[in-house]
Design a protein around this ligand. Structure first.
Ligand SMILES: Cc1ncc(C[n+]2csc(CCOP(=O)(O)OP(=O)(O)O)c2C)c(N)n1
Length: 336
């Protein structure tokens, strides 16, 4: 395992930066609390299907989306709750979708793995590992073709890197010089399989060399560091229309999905990673820079209210009308 090379920024920040950090912390805290509540609802049988939590990885999505413009695109895997909230989806629309209710972002028909939000340019939530990477290249191709100045951010896990779609996507993005950033969230395990058992090299970002594109690689401890590093890749995409492969080293604190007891790792390993929780770090940074205990408590109380409101909204929302079944099954994708 590579030694950590970045320890994040110094614990003193200019004041404008502190308000910005507070906004990022708010987003990360919202994601964590929404997911903790969704796990609770899942255990009670109120949410069905799969549920893959992003807890532990929040700084990746929040930091990366902070480097984007609102009209830029995001496309990701089934581990998509954090990305959807960071991109601007409401907690209500997300929670209702997890509950399979008609008020959800996908009318309750997609569920956890298929969060989609046209208004915020959140292009989903995909269940097939690596399957969305060529789609992402297609989205970036459309932006280049239309000269709309938008950047596409494509997220995937390290388990996707040995899949054909990864190589097809990178190959075409490199050949056609597409405005895209490929972000590999290396959380060390693909379900229960460590990277060392599926890849001959430990450094995922090296895959960029074969396609002649730029690369970056860093540990995710600090959300501001993520934003800064991602901004460089986003600017390369926007200004020069060149793709980048960024490997962010992160860790998920929960199992692969709700049904995974995560027996492939030791409690000590997990505890060690929890000590570097980016949420704890962001909170400490805010406290040390005079953000104030009262403001922090207010921010967290607001998030708590937002989460409880989302749960209530999901609980009270109606189920999708059964008449949708025939339409969405037999009449094509736009019938609903
Ligand atoms: C093509 C394909 N093969 C297998 C699966 C089953 N599967 C779902 S998630 C997963 C692990 C993916 O791990 P990784 O890409 O590292 O992402 P992470 O879940 O860690 O975020 C597998 C094998 C699948 N969904 N699609």
């Amino acid at each position: 395992m590579q030694e950590r090379t970045n320890d994040g920024p110094p614990l003193t920040q200019p004041s404008g930066q502190i308000d910005h950090l507070a906004a990022l912390y708010r987003q990360m805290f919202l994601i964590r609390r929404v997911e903790e509540e969704s796990a609770r609802a899942y255990a009670l049988g109120k949410i069905g299907g799969f549920l893959h939590l992003y807890i532990g990885q929040e700084a990746v999505g929040v930091g990366a989306v902070a480097a984007l413009r609102p009209d830029d695109y995001v496309i990701t895997t089934y581990r998509d709750h954090g990305m959807a909230l960071a991109k601007g989806m409401s907690a209500r629309a997300l929670m209702a979708e997890l509950y399979g209710k008609a008020t959800g972002c996908s009318k309750g028909l997609g569920g956890s793995m298929h969060l989609f939000d046209v208004e915020h340019n959140m292009l989903g939530g995909y269940g097939i590992v690596g399957g969305h990477i060529p789609l992402a290249a297609g989205v970036a191709f459309a932006s280049k073709y239309r000269s709309d100045g938008r950047v596409t951010l494509c997220f995937f896990g390290e388990g996707a890197v040995s899949i054909g779609g990864f190589h097809e996507g990178l190959s075409l993005a490199a050949l056609w010089k597409l405005p895209i950033v490929f972000v590999c969230e290396n959380n060390e395990y693909a379900m229960g399989t460590p990277l060392s058992r599926t890849m001959s090299v430990e450094d995922v970002s090296m895959k960029a060399l074969g396609y002649g594109i730029d690369r970056d690689r860093f540990f995710v401890d600090d959300v501001l560091e993520v934003e800064k590093r991602m901004a460089e890749a986003v600017s390369r995409a926007r200004e020069l229309s060149l793709p980048t492969l960024v490997e962010v080293r992160t860790y998920r604190f929960r199992g692969h999905s709700m049904s995974d007891p995560a027996k492939y790792r030791t409690p000590a390993e997990l505890e060690d990673h929890k000590k570097r929780d980016p949420l704890t770090r962001a909170r400490a940074l805010l406290e040390q820079n005079g953000y104030g205990a009262e403001r922090l408590a207010k921010l967290e109380a607001e998030v708590e209210a937002e989460v409880q409101d989302a749960v209530k909204f999901a609980e009270e929302s109606p189920e999708p009308d059964p008449s949708l079944l025939a339409k969405t099954t037999y009449d094509g994708p736009f019938a609903a």
